[in-house]
Design a binder for this molecule. Structure first.
Ligand SMILES: Nc1ncnc2c1ncn2[C@@H]1O[C@H](COP(=O)(O)OP(=O)(O)OP(=O)(O)O)[C@@H](O)[C@H]1O
Ligand SMILES: [Mg+2]
Length: 370
């Protein structure tokens, strides 16, 4: 179990264009389809990059599906980005809004890191540009003293800019995007002549994300709304797809961390059933009181990953169903005592109907940890 120094990666997580560099190279080699100006891949190749190639080898490589269960939304998003309107991906937490925006930017521009993280403290300088104050004091406002922010860089390079959690920013900060999306120019009034007007190169556009649990998109100005196409990401409802995604992501995380445990399909099956039933607030034909915390696929991935890591580091290496409940509390309850009661009510219902199924019986043994 000692880790091999050679195999320690140099970063915890690489940007999508690096994680999937082989897919992008294969698609570039294969791609002969019409391509909007400034895009490194055609819309058809971008779709294959995100939704996979269905087992077909493209450019000598089968492309793995990266986003599950929102295919039409993905296609519409690609088409939006080729036009003159920006894209806003809205949805519940953990529905892969950020992941999709990262993948789109990686596939279309080859760069997913021109990103603004929206918060109450996001300031204009962090989006447009700021100044190197030493140079500013010495020479005044010159192009050399200008420090281009993500928006300035994206416009100049003809790339996509990502604006994460845009609705967490004050409305006046969000509205900076209105002139940029309409006129496609950025003014730098401090500079005279060259550099005072940044015209966006072909390929530039904006992908924003907004969490429906946070301050809502209803606070966004209608002027900005009109310049964005809205797409709402839905949680996965198909247990088979959710199970496939959870297994694959957990296995990927474990391998990256050098954990030798593997994901047993029955464990994923149990977890996905539990998540789907709690999410729909319905099990065995009985209506349940809905949990107040979100039960996203991302949370299911966390629970299974933690259960397996726990057994690998602290146990005998193999996780059983009971371990799932040991890690469910931190994800689903988050200090809300009402949610603890709701989860117990669900387990009581399950105990009444599934106690003779060995996997469920084993799962219920973990209730002591809740
Ligand atoms: N439909 C899906 N397809 C692929 N991955 C998904 C899907 N739903 C959830 N995931 C998983 O969830 C993880 C987290 O997603 P992500 O952070 O992009 O969600 P988000 O919608 O931006 O959440 P938040 O609102 O909390 O920012 C992804 O990395 C992926 O592993
Ligand atoms: Mg996000």
């Amino acid at each position: 179990m000692t880790s091999d120094v050679q195999s320690i990666p140099s970063a915890q997580r690489f940007p999508a264009e690096q994680r999937h560099a082989d897919d992008i190279a294969a698609l570039r080699a294969w791609d002969r389809h019409p391509c909007p100006a400034g895009w490194q891949l055609s819309p058809r190749a971008v779709r294959s990059f995100i939704l996979g190639s269905d087992g077909e080898a493209l450019g000598g490589r089968v492309i793995e599906r990266k986003i599950f269960g929102n295919d039409v939304l993905v296609e519409r998003s690609i088409v939006t980005l080729a036009g003159q309107r920006g894209l806003l991906l809205a949805g519940e937490p953990g529905t892969a809004k950020s992941l999709l925006s990262e993948l789109l930017a990686a596939a279309i521009s080859g760069r997913s890191t021109l990103t603004v993280q929206g918060s109450a403290g996001t300031v204009e300088e962090g989006i447009r540009y700021s100044w190197n104050y030493a140079l500013l004091l010495r020479d005044g406002p010159t192009p050399a003293a200008l420090v281009a922010g993500p928006l300035h860089q994206a416009m100049e390079q003809g790339a996509l800019m990502r604006f994460e959690e845009i609705t967490r920013c004050p409305v006046e900060i969000q509205d900076l995007l209105i002139p940029v999306l309409s006129d496609r120019v950025l003014h730098v009034p401090e500079l005279k002549g060259e550099g005072s007007l940044v015209l966006s190169r072909p390929g530039f556009n904006i992908i924003a994300t907004a969490n429906l649990k946070d301050r809502g998109v209803n606070e966004m100005s209608s002027a900005l709304k009109r310049r964005l196409n809205f797409e709402t990401m839905q949680p996965l409802t198909d247990p088979r797809l959710e199970g496939e995604l959870v297994s694959r992501e957990v296995q990927r995380l474990l391998t990256a961390e050098g954990i030798g445990a593997s994901v047993a399909p029955e464990l994923t099956g149990l977890l996905v059933t539990l998540f789907q039933e709690l999410r729909q607030a319905q099990a065995l034909g009985v209506a349940l009181e809905p949990m107040s915390n979100v039960l996203s696929t991302a949370e299911a991935i966390n629970v299974l990953h933690s259960a397996l890591a726990d057994c690998w580091y602290l146990g005998d290496g193999s996780a059983g169903p009971a371990q799932l409940l040991r890690h469910l509390g931190g994800t689903l309850i988050k200090g809300e005592e009402d949610d603890r009661r709701r989860l117990r009510d669900y387990l009581r219902l399950v105990r009444g109907h599934r106690a003779d199924e060995p996997a469920w019986r084993a799962l219920l043994e973990g209730e002591v940890w809740l």
